[in-house]
Each structure stands twice: as C-alpha cells, then as structure tokens.
Design a protein around this ligand. Structure first.
Ligand SMILES: Nc1ncnc2c1ncn2[C@@H]1O[C@H](COP(=O)(O)OP(=O)(O)O)[C@@H](O)[C@H]1O
Ligand SMILES: CC(=O)OP(=O)(O)O
Ligand SMILES: [Mg+2]
Length: 402
C-alpha cells in the first residue's frame, strides 16, 4: 500500500468511509455507520481481503461512529499503521462561491464551512461533524475538504443567476451552485480518456442518476450548466426529491393547505420524487411495479424520463456540439430502461442507442464501463461508473502535495 487516503462522507445520521489508494484506485476497505443517534445503529466494515463485520448497536454520535470504525480496522484489518496513509479526504456538499477546489482543513476553513451552513442546512453541519470526528481519530494527518460545488464555479452568470431582485439575491447568496461536482468531474475526465481525445476538446453531457440526481453540461473540462440549483432540491426527478416545481406551489401549500415551511421542506425533500409518485424511492421497485402493471408506476417513469429528456435537449443547445452522453450512478449505471426512455427517438439529433449494448448483450457484454450507442450515432452514449471516493482521494493527494 502506498499513498492511501481515508475518505469520509458524513451525513446527518450516517458516516460512509473508504480506504483506498489515490494512485491505483485500489480499495482496501469500505464501511458505513447508519442511524447514528438512534436507539439501534447499523455498522458495517468490509475489508477487501477479509470478512465483513455487521453489528447492530447504539452509536451516540459521529465521534463514537469513528471509534467503532477504528476498532474494526484494529480487529479485522487492514492495518492502518501500514496503510501508508497520506491524508483524510472529506466530502463537503456546499462550498459556496468561495471554494473552487479542494482545501486543506484549517480552523479558518472549518469556520467558512460552518458559515456556509445556512445554504445547506441538511449537509454542511453533518459534514463538519465528520471532519471533527476524523480529526480526533487521525490527529496527525492532513484533512482535506472536497466540495460538491467546486467544479461548477465555471458556470457563467447567464446560467447561475436567478432572475430575482439582485440585492436580495446578493444579500442572501442566492444563486445556482450545483452539486455532485466530484462525480461530474470524474466522469467527464474519464469520458475524454475513453474517446481518446484531450479533455479540452471534448463536450459531454453527464447524467448522474442516483438517489440524488443531476445533469451537467461539460465543455472542454468546465461545467457550463447543471440541473441542481442553490440547493440539491432542484432539477431532475429524484428518489425522494421533487426536482423543479413551480415556486408558486410552495405559496399555495402554505396559504391554502396551511403547511408550515418545515412541512413543505420535508414534503419536497423526503416525500416527493419517485417516492411521492409511487410510494417507493427505489428505482428497482418502481420498475418492478410498472412491469406488474401498476399504472402510477408507469406514469412516474414517464415523468422521470420526460424531465431528463428536457434537460438533455437543453444541454445539446447550450453545448452547441456534443461529443458524448455519459450515464452514471446507481440508476444511470444499472437501468437500461431509464437510458432507453431518456434517449428514445432522437435519431434526428444524432443520438442512436444500440439496444443490445444498452441491455448488456453487445460485444462488451455487461461491462460496467461501455459504449451503448450504435456505430452510426454521431453522439456517443456511454455507461461510465462514477467513483466519487477515488476523485476525493486524488484531490486530497493533490491538495496535500501543493
Ligand atoms: N439494477 C438497477 N436498476 C434500476 N435501478 C437501480 C439498479 N441498481 C440500483 N438502482 C438504483 O440506484 C439508486 C441508488 O443510486 P446510488 O448512486 O447508489 O445512490 P446515492 O445517491 O445514495 O449514492 C436507487 O434508486 C436504486 O434503486
Ligand atoms: C448533494 C446531493 O444531492 O447529494 P446526494 O445525491 O448524495 O444526496
Ligand atoms: Mg452517490
């Protein structure tokens, strides 16, 4: 092992981690502590070369969660003292207009992340809990914050300004920030490599379709437009988030239905999207329900695809010339149906899917990374698995060497 990085992705009640080599990408261990602070937490530690450990126990806070993790490394390996650790990388969701790249964590960086918390109340406080707990666990290593928003700071004002009162917007730092930048950056770079062309010459539409979902138009390595906004609630239909809705719906729910701001927040973030339309946010279950003939599941898939097609069409125009469309994350990588629905009948725009390749039956089989467009398609379509942890590890190495 050499140049390994411990990557932390802390949510409000969960902590995911991975130990991996920043150069080769080889993963040595992964794990997750879920339902932190509840009466029963679930904790899993999986060494790549060893037995998985799963325990149900009460874990009070993020610090206790990381203590559990350190105990598992000591018991089940791999040996952290021999891992050649060079740093700890942290996913931080909101870096505002301030952070355009990774930042070595200092007291000043911590206070700036804290100061940005009003722009991401669900995410930044949790990310800080992860940073503090990891600093306690790894006091001698550099810690690096890698921001979801950083990649999108190249988006021009025409795309990042909202058409509202300038002064109100400025006073409240309201603008489009965009998220999933680590994934969009990783996939767009990989796409250029797969096309065997310099990144600066390649224009790609990246479709990151997981529980959270966003699209990004990347011109020559720069994000020029993305579908999430000031918060990760905007844009595409997601597992439990609505994506774009008329802002007037919020006033209607408040004035006519008597819902509070907190209730509307909860509705749009946790009980909308595929979950709101079908009762499940898991795309596999929605597809199974549609296959079983449930009309509302079929309708939900149509809403999902319709929104996606609108964004793809818009980005084809914004890019002017598009070389490739890349599908990534849980749904993008694993659902031939979503990919087919998103790109149906677009021959006139130079986009032709190969049905067998899409289903995993072409010459590359179901290789996780493969071209799924037909040979005659002017715009190539690919499945490109994302690896946010590897990108965070690379940026951590880059920041600690700078
Ligand atoms: N074979 C599959 N077909 C359709 N959807 C899938 C498949 N495998 C995973 N998914 C979906 O991927 C989503 C999770 O994506 P992921 O990128 O892991 O999410 P997260 O945003 O939590 O990182 C879930 O909705 C899940 O249903
Ligand atoms: C920012 C965001 O939406 O992240 P996730 O997809 O992990 O929920
Ligand atoms: Mg994800």
């Amino acid at each position: 092992m050499s140049a390994s990085v411990f990557v932390v992705n802390a949510g409000s009640s969960s902590l995911k981690y991975q130990l991996l080599d920043a150069t080769s990408g080889q993963c040595y261990a992964t794990g997750l502590v879920d339902r932190i602070g509840e009466s029963r937490s679930t904790a899993k530690h999986q060494p790549t070369d060893g037995e998985k450990i799963v325990e149900d126990l009460h874990i009070r806070d993020h610090e206790k969660a990381l203590q559990w993790v350190m105990d598992q490394f000591a018991k089940a390996g791999p040996d952290l003292d021999r891992a050649g650790l060079i740093g700890v990388g942290h996913r931080v969701v909101q870096g505002g207009a301030r952070f355009d790249g990774p930042a070595v964590v200092t007291d000043d960086v911590i206070s700036q992340i804290d100061e940005l918390a009003p722009l991401a109340p669900l995410h930044n406080p949790a990310n800080l809990l992860g940073i503090r707990a990891a600093q306690a666990a790894f006091p001698d290593l550099p810690h690096v914050a890698v921001f979801d928003t950083a990649f999108h700071l190249t988006i021009p004002p025409a795309a990042h300004l909202y058409a509202i009162d300038r002064q109100v917007a400025a006073a409240n730092r309201i603008r489009k920030y965009g998220f999933h930048g680590t994934s969009h950056s990783f996939v767009s770079k990989r796409m250029a490599t797969l096309l065997d062309r310099p990144l600066a010459e390649v224009n790609t539409i990246v479709l990151h379709l997981g529980n959270g979902a966003s699209a990004c138009a990347v011109r020559g390595g720069d994000s020029i437009e993305t579908s999430m906004g000031m918060t990760p609630l905007a844009g595409l239909v997601m597992g439990t988030r609505s994506g774009d809705i008329d802002a007037g719906v919020i006033f209607h729910l408040h004035h006519q239905a008597g819902m509070s701001a907190a209730e509307i927040d909860q509705l749009l973030n946790k009980r909308s999207g595929m979950y709101g339309l079908t009762g499940t946010g898991d795309m596999r279950d929605v597809q199974a329900a549609a296959d079983a003939g449930l009309a509302h599941a079929t309708a939900a898939l149509e809403v999902y695809a319709h929104r996606l097609r609108g964004v793809i069409g818009s980005y084809l125009v914004h890019l002017g010339r598009t070389d490739a469309i890349a599908f990534t994350a849980g749904v993008g990588e694993n659902s031939p149906q979503v990919r087919a629905d998103a790109l149906r009948d677009l021959e006139g725009l130079g986009i032709v899917l190969d049905p067998a390749r899409n289903e995993g039956g072409g010459p590359d089989g179901d290789a996780p990374e493969r071209r799924i467009s037909a040979d005659e398609s002017a715009i190539q379509v690919w499945v490109v698995p994302t690896n946010e942890e590897l990108e965070i590890a690379r940026q951590t190495r880059q920041a600690t060497q700078a």
